[in-house]
Design a protein around this ligand. Structure first.
Ligand code: HMG
Ligand code: MG
Length: 301
């Protein structure tokens, strides 16, 4: 299999990123951040989540953020929802794209959404058909696709089983998440070898705890995957996955894709403006050597 000629990047920084930072940002800042991301040419942006604000206080007011952003035509602005309450909030806010999430690990699923894997799938079954009937796009995440912070390594067959159930319950796209960023390329290839999800519907979602995310993305590209989740400036983590660091930085992925001659459609300079903006708001340092080099290069005359 040769690598794809075109890749869709799914920017998860405003959701996966901001949910795990120590600073909580007000809606106005999040709106400006997303508007900047929209100008970079990204075609899919996860705006926030309709989850319990007691569980994830950082993403409270996602309704205000969703209402406040300027929606560029052709961009998929999605909201993460864990249950029917979240779906109903999505409907009230006229959201056109949602993402549900479960896990391949029973313990993680319970700690993350207070439900078993089977219960979560049943809950999704209560609203995904309605969502689809209304023309709402549905993405499904499988967390712990390589390993679980509580149960250790997870066999690919367990991941495939949950991914297929998500597809059968009506998801348009399935994202396999290395939630704690422990995977290496051979494990990723092993995971993808007998993957039952059609390639045009399959995404990968790598956290970068051990600096393996870019290598893992390359391994996934070699297996024909053409949808990649990432977070500008490597924001992120999961509050219910101890030790999980940020997602792979979008700018680093873009550098890789450009080098491989793969079309990604993103204006790097504009993307880095949003990275600078959010880093300043969060008082954080530039996450990776690649990101630092790119920002220096973009600033030089
Ligand atoms: P629960 O306590 O079992 O919920 O939590 P409940 O149904 O018993 O309700 C308790 C209260 O929450 C009630 O309010 C509900 O109305 C409210 P009260 O009557 O006490 O005032 N509630 C809600 N409020 C807002 N939005 C909702 C909602 N649902 C109930 N949707 C629940 C269950 C799912 C709500 C909770 O566990 C939760 O919010 N979990 C979210 C966890 C989360 O967001 N984790 C991070 C995202 S996943 C991730 O990062 C992984 C990913 O990136 C992929 C990867 O890296 O692998 C996607
Ligand atoms: Mg994640």
């Amino acid at each position: 299999m040769t690598v794809p000629t075109k890749v869709k990047l799914v920017e998860v920084g405003p959701r996966d990123g901001l949910q795990a930072e120590s600073t909580t940002l007000p809606p106005k800042t999040r709106i400006h951040f997303i508007d900047q991301l929209s100008k970079s040419g990204l075609k899919a942006i996860e705006v926030g989540s309709f989850v319990s604000p007691r569980w994830i206080p950082h993403l409270a007011d996602t309704d205000k953020v969703y209402q406040g952003i300027t929606k560029s035509p052709g961009v998929d602005y999605s909201i993460l929802v864990p249950n029917k309450t979240g779906y109903e909030l999505a409907i009230q806010n006229e959201v056109k794209s949602i993402a549900v999430f479960t896990a391949a690990s029973e313990t993680f699923c319970q700690k993350n959404i207070n439900a078993s894997i089977e219960e979560s799938l049943q809950n999704f079954g209560e609203f995904i058909p309605q969502a689809r009937a209304k023309g709402i796009r549905v993405r499904g995440y499988v967390s712990c696709a390589i390993a679980c912070p509580y149960e250790g390594p997870i066999a690919p067959e367990r991941v495939h089983k949950v991914a297929l159930k998500l597809l059968n319950v009506g998801c348009d796209e399935i994202s396999l998440g290395d939630t704690i960023g422990v995977g290496t390329p051979s494990q990723v290839q092993n995971l993808l070898r007998h993957n039952p999800i059609p390639l045009p519907q399959l995404a990968v979602h790598f956290h970068d705890t051990y600096g393996q995310a870019l290598a893992n993305i390359y391994a996934a590209l070699e297996k024909g995957v053409s949808i990649i989740d990432s977070s500008v400036s490597g924001l992120g983590g999961c509050p219910y996955a101890p030790g999980a660091s940020g997602n792979v930085a979008t700018e680093d992925v873009i550098y890789l894709l450009t080098g491989l001659g793969i079309d990604h459609g993103v204006d790097l300079k504009k993307l880095l403006e949003s990275a600078d903006f959010i880093d300043k708001k969060l008082s954080r340092k530039t996450p990776s050597k690649a990101s630092q080099a790119l920002r220096l290069q973009m600033r030089s005359p």
